[in-house]
Design a protein around this ligand. Structure first.
Ligand SMILES: [Zn+2]
Length: 653
């Protein structure tokens, strides 16, 4: 045991190092002291012990991270906490422990942590862990299919899985390499293991990717910003002013390259041709998720506004002369942008108050038509929860709280508000604009906001969707767009009710009834069509001819491919009636299907593909299939009668 503990230090190592060599060394040393323990026995003895120590160690990290407001996800720091939680789940299984992950969390918080300083509550942590364990089992269930598919082609006796396969399973499915391998072991690839050094390679690959992604984000310079001074940003001093006088410092044509690199939003109706730099402006440049302002400068339109370094670029549909100029911001649009922007702050604050401190703004976008906010949350949001958030947000609007806008040095801001301030992204300058809405929300933000929240009027959260596991996207309309949305919904209801001739209250029931009726009528039509075929083929009229014990049914019918198939089924089902059927329809450019009752003398005498090939020229088409079933389509539906006549001739009818 003494020897074991001396070597225990070096046995606590990451996946990927050559553990076997160390175990061998340990076994040798034990033998020197007279203890005969094989490497396998050593592993069997020490592995459960290492799990027993690793579980509380992992729980400590998990509880600290969740306590700080992090939530598990498939990216960034959330990925780390998810991986740790999954490792605990796995170790728990290997040790056959009955206790749940959330119970382990509760125990750890109560006995090993001073939890009062954390932002997340104990109940919040337990709820997240409960969901995380459920997701772990779901992942295992789905993981088995994913691993089997990924390993298709890998020989069952292989000892190593291709690196690329393991990378993919980890990135796309959230399956750690160890997890993927143990699933593979259970699924039949019993010899497979994680190769030595793989963990290190995977870590460096992830680091490379993060680096590449951040490089992509730092946009290259589009404008000659070193030629111009900083523009005075007058939109901050009074957000409701719309006209101003300024001096034009520069104006030039936009190059094709500049235009394509601008990634203009869908709210820009006409592409700009020029950029204009002024000494001062009321035009807000795109930033912080808020789209750029539109309006007019002298005689030209401003289609969009951008900023580079500290110079603002007005993107216009024509040139302006150097000198004095007057500008006007499109107030209706700007007001809408401010409604949406201020609403995003309020909804974020409302969600945090109702759902917990882990609610974090992972991104946002504010246009004139709608706004959206991405929130970190551990489960999908129900409509009931959205209604609560919406109600609370509208209560905040009704309170008409002041929107405090202050500009303070960064160090001071950090001290006053902490990390919570930077939800919208990391700060870029030494001075920070802090936007504070009572006790509901405080953020560093460079956008334009109302002075009082009541100016919004009302907001609606119209839907939520999942951007990725752990991030919910809420779509918001506020002010005029909220009223427009309500009017639009009413119009849809009114028009639908008018079509069905019912009141809008009765619409759901009526739609349901019509849909059920439509489905049953569809079935009835199909069975009637089959009945028609049966009558036409059994009555000996124009449809069917019988010769030498084979029934020939050559017909043009109405309906699409589905109707044709059901008729063919009807015709060729009965082996006691050997049948060759050639059906044609003018539907969809002309279609022909030929079927022969299998295993009968009809199948011995004829080949469906051969017949199809010699008649499909009449509909300018082609096709293929098997000797008893062939299908073709063309582009000349009027050729169907000629094609069927050709079939009769070939068959000598
Ligand atoms: Zn803002």
């Amino acid at each position: 045991m003494g020897e074991l503990s001396r070597l225990a230090g070096i046995l606590n190592i990451d996946v990927g190092t050559d553990v076997d060599a160390l175990f061998l060394k340990l076994s040798d040393r034990l033998q020197e002291t007279g203890l005969e323990v094989s490497v396998d026995d050593l592993k069997r003895l020490t592995e459960p012990l290492s799990s027993i120590y690793a579980i509380p160690d992992h729980m400590h990290a998990i509880c600290n991270m969740l306590g700080d407001g992090l939530i598990p996800s498939n990216s960034k720091a959330g990925y780390l906490v998810r991986m740790l939680a999954r490792r605990v789940c796995r170790m728990k299984e290997e040790l056959a422990l009955e206790v749940s992950l959330s119970e382990l969390g509760r125990h750890h918080i109560e006995h090993h942590l001073e939890f009062s300083n954390f932002t997340q509550s104990k109940e919040g942590v337990m709820k997240i862990l409960e969901l995380e364990e459920r997701k772990y089992h779901e992942m295992l269930r789905k993981g088995e299919a994913a691993v089997k598919t990924a390993l298709r082609g890998v020989p069952i006796e292989s000892t190593e899985a291709p690196d690329e396969t393991l990378f993919r399973l980890s990135e796309e499915r959230g399956l750690s390499p160890e997890m993927a391998i143990s699933i593979a072991n259970l699924a039949g690839w019993t010899e497979l293991s994680v190769r030595v050094g793989f963990a290190a390679d995977m870590a460096s690959r992830n680091a490379e990717r993060t680096k590449a992604a951040s490089k992509e984000k730092t946009q290259s310079m589009l404008f000659p910003s070193e030629e111009f001074p900083s523009t005075s940003m007058d939109y901050y001093s009074d957000t409701s002013r719309t006209s101003f006088e300024a001096k034009v410092l520069g104006c030039a044509n936009l190059s094709g390259n500049q235009l394509s690199s601008l990634n203009l939003s869908s709210e820009v109706d006409n592409p700009p041709t020029h950029y204009v730099v002024l000494d001062r402006t009321l035009f807000y440049p795109e930033g912080g998720g808020q789209l750029g302002d539109q309006g007019s400068l002298g005689g030209v339109s401003v289609c969009d506004t951008r900023i580079e370094k500290e110079t603002i670029y007005h993107l216009t549909d024509g040139p302006v002369p150097i000198g004095d100029i007057s500008g006007r911001v499109n107030w209706e649009r700007r007001r809408q942008l401010m409604d949406h922007h201020t609403a995003v702050h309020i909804v974020g604050g409302s969600a945090r108050e109702l759902l917990g401190p882990h609610i974090w703004q992972a991104g946002s976008n504010k246009g004139a038509r709608y706004a959206r906010i991405d929130l970190t949350h551990f489960s999908r949001l129900s409509r009931d929860e959205l209604n609560l958030i919406e109600d609370h947000a509208n209560d905040i609007i009704a309170s008409n709280t002041l929107v405090e806008k202050t500009e303070i040095p960064r160090a001071e801001a950090d001290e006053l508000f902490g990390f919570e301030l930077y939800q919208g992204g990391p700060p870029k300058s030494s001075h920070i604009r802090v936007i504070r809405i009572g006790d509901h929300d405080v953020q560093a933000c460079g956008g334009t906001h109302h002075d009082k929240v009541g100016e919004i009027g009302e907001l609606r959260i119209i839907r939520s969707s999942q951007v990725q596991d752990g991030v919910e996207r809420l779509q918001i309309v506020a002010g005029e767009t909220a009223r427009e949305h309500a009017r639009e919904q009413e119009r849809l209801l009114r028009e639908s009710s008018e079509v069905l001739g019912v009141s809008s209250e009765d619409l759901p029931a009526a739609v349901n009834r019509f849909f059920e009726e439509w489905k049953s009528q569809q079935k009835r039509i199909e069975s009637l069509e089959a009945e028609i075929v049966r009558l036409r083929t059994s009555g000996g009229d124009d449809g069917a001819v019988e010769r030498d014990g084979i029934r020939y049914a050559i017909m043009e019918v109405d309906g699409g491919i589905k109707a044709l198939m059901s008729m063919l089924g009807e015709l060729t089902r009965d082996p006691s009636k050997p049948t060759l059927a050639v059906l044609g329809t003018k539907d969809g450019g002309g279609k022909i299907i030929i079927a022969i009752t299998e295993g009968t003398k009809a199948a011995e005498a004829h080949n469906a593909v051969e017949i199809l090939n010699s008649i499909s020229t009449h509909i300018d088409g082609g096709g293929g299939g098997s000797p008893t079933m062939a299908q073709g389509g063309g582009s000349n539906p009027d050729g169907i009668p000629a094609a069927l006549e050709a079939a009769r001739q070939i068959l000598g009818l």
